[in-house]
Design a protein around this ligand. Sequence first.
Ligand code: SIN
Ligand code: FE2
Length: 216
Amino acid sequence: MFTGELFPNPWVLPNEQLGPHAWVLRGCALPHVAEILVAVAAIESASPFRHMLTPGGHTMSVALTNCGALGWTSDRQGYRYSATDPLTGQAWPAMPAALLRLAREAAAQAGFGQFTPDACLINRYAPGARMSLHQDRNEQDFSAPIVSVSLGMPATFLFGGRQRSDPVSKVTLVHGDVAVWGAGDRLRFHGVAPLKDKPHPLLGSQRINLTFRKAA
Ligand code: SIN
Ligand code: FE2
């Protein structure tokens, strides 16, 4: 599998393997940042970022929106995918072609051909926001990988095992990095440590994460 570049950017770290089927593709999204940000602006104008409630009644520190046929949502009743945005009552914005292309390209680089995500969760982290350790298991089948794009401020990504109590590795994800995990690594616990305020030249004091999944 070829995961490098012909003319590597010396400012970008080498790709990192987190498991047999789990990779951090350094700088993989960099060539696409401008079109991703245009896409996110259009998506949030139709379906704004909002802080959802967890089933336990806590307000999530991360603000989120979605694009694609299905969007991930949370409320007192639980976590689920929904074809409509509960805030607007409308369908989620369609997944822009540029986002789909990036997700497919990253999945292929990590060894997952034919990835066709139908859901893209967009998380926005302000300083102090975090994502506690969890497994992504609201999807119908776990044969498709997860593709997770990081933009803006750096984050400490926590990548554990299949049991909550398994040891957790810490890896810094920076602007343009893409993490991909699937197959035997698909159900590994993961999360994000509370975000430090290290303003990013383009995005300021925020981090945007786009997580592509095949939900149905
Ligand atoms: C998630 O697991 O939904 C988000 C991961 C991240 O923000 O990097
Ligand atoms: Fe997740």
